[in-house]
Design a protein around this ligand. Structure first.
Ligand SMILES: C[S@@+](CC[C@H](N)C(=O)[O-])C[C@H]1O[C@@H](n2cnc3c(N)ncnc32)[C@H](O)[C@@H]1O
Length: 221
């Protein structure tokens, strides 16, 4: 095993603490309970949510392009979310928020039938069969998205893992969703430029020949 440099360890922990402090101090960042306690005006009228958003830089760019809509980036990691939060502040955007919460809590964060779009980008694929329940396109998660989306609202997914993407499409179809936009190579398609905004993960791997697959699904119940 490689030697652990204790100084480096301390620096790393400190850096993480610093990022947590930045999250706590930003006016556009919320812990799960804080978000839940916001008054109806603060919490309502959210249009677009990204789950497992990482840095949230994808929704920051969407928010800049669509100032009339309100966006939320959700992730469990505050040190990642704070990056998008400070970018939004720097760009003077007041229509995007950052909430530290778990994906399974999503139905406690927003009103039923209220969202115009839910985005899932490059979520952890959990390739082992026994971990399928943790995939964010498992039917238990899809049921929550269905509950939150407004009539005609869309569930948007981008991924570079063909097995995960195919499995996700199968779950969607099996649970009554209609796939109305689909590309197995998004960046070569003529679909909306908004979809092609690069996430942090996508930016890192696209140059290495990975291909982004994309689908939009609606549940017409
Ligand atoms: C591979 S990264 C992708 C991040 C981002 N969507 C992107 O494309 O750059 C997966 C993200 O999902 C988050 N995540 C994993 N499990 C989660 C959960 N149960 N609830 C919320 N976020 C989760 C991780 O913290 C991580 O930031």
């Amino acid at each position: 095993m490689a030697d652990i440099d204790p100084d480096q360890f301390i620096i790393t922990r400190k850096r993480k603490k610093y990022k947590f402090a930045k999250f706590a101090n930003a006016q556009n960042c919320f812990e799960f309970d804080e978000w839940r306690q916001r008054d109806e005006h603060g919490r309502a009228h959210i249009d677009v949510v990204e789950i497992g958003a990482g840095t949230g830089l994808f929704v920051v760019e969407l928010a800049a392009r669509h100032p009339g809509r309100r966006f939320v980036a959700v992730d469990v990691k505050a040190d990642r979310l704070q990056k998008g939060a400070y970018e939004a502040i720097e760009r003077g955007l007041d229509n995007v928020y950052f909430v530290r919460a778990r994906a399974d809590q999503i139905d406690q964060l927003f009103d039923a039938k209220s969202l115009w779009a839910i985005w899932l980008t490059f979520s952890d694929p959990y390739p082992k069969k026994r971990a399928a329940g943790r995939r964010m396109t498992h039917p238990t998660f899809l049921a929550k998205y269905q509950q939150l989306l407004a009539p005609d609202g869309g569930f948007y997914i981008k991924h570079d893992n063909p097995d995960f993407f195919k499995w996700s499409l199968e779950q969607l179809v099996a649970t009554g969703w209609t796939i109305d936009e689909l590309s197995f190579d998004l960046h070569e398609s003529n679909l909306s430029d908004d979809y092609k905004i690069l996430t942090t993960y996508e930016q890192r791997w696209l140059g290495e020949g990975r291909i982004t697959q994309f689908a939009r699904a609606k549940h017409l119940d």
